[in-house]
Design a protein around this ligand. Sequence first.
Ligand code: PEP
Length: 252
Amino acid sequence: MRKVVAGNWKMHKDRSGATDLIATLVAAKSGLPSGVEVIIAPPFPFLALAVEGVKGSAIAVAAQNCHQAAQGAYTGEVSAPMLASMGVSACLVGHSERREYFGETDLLVAQKVKALLEAGITPIYCCGEKQEERTAGRHFEVVSAQMKDALGALDPEQLMKVVVAYEPVWAIGTGLTATAAEAQEMHAFIRGLLRSHGNDVANAVPVLYGGSCKPDNAAELFAGPDVNGGLIGGAALDADQFLSIIRAAGDS
Ligand code: PEP
């Protein structure tokens, strides 16, 4: 199974901070486990310098968002074909912050997934329950609905091009983390949902864990057999922490 560690920078860094972080990661990557796909997702203004900066390294560049249309009168938006034309190879979609602060629904997220696949970009599809949903014992139901609504219309060949990130909303940026057992339990559940589209799909799609994953808990979280790496927020802004998490994925 592929192992992937992706860093979501959110709305952080300026040009010089982004340049420094990219250069440090590129310099260190040759000494890192070769079996881990490393992706960085800087904000839009830094994508061009990121694509340029990672050239010759095995690091890939993702965007954090895109519009669902290929082009049009949508002031301020960026389309999937535009990202592809810049050398961006992956894009986050369905992140809980987009759902919460920008009103993104599963229907919209499904349209974005489709637009990304049509542009040849890997969607990193984020799903996960809120605290009250877990407390009410509805976490499997919520994740199942998110998976079905956003990915249900894809055929197996398209699904195999997706990366799933399970991110319990209550663990994102809060310092709270799912226990390794809770993460593995949900990842196994997601693997089962993928298996309903065929063994090829279940065996091809990496399922990443996201939510306060740090150097000191990464190894334990990644030990779960259905945890294939991580989507990292805060710790991806610091080269040493991000590299340490990549090493943990390589050792898992
Ligand atoms: C994220 O934003 O996807 C995330 C997992 O953030 P953090 O690692 O900071 O919880």
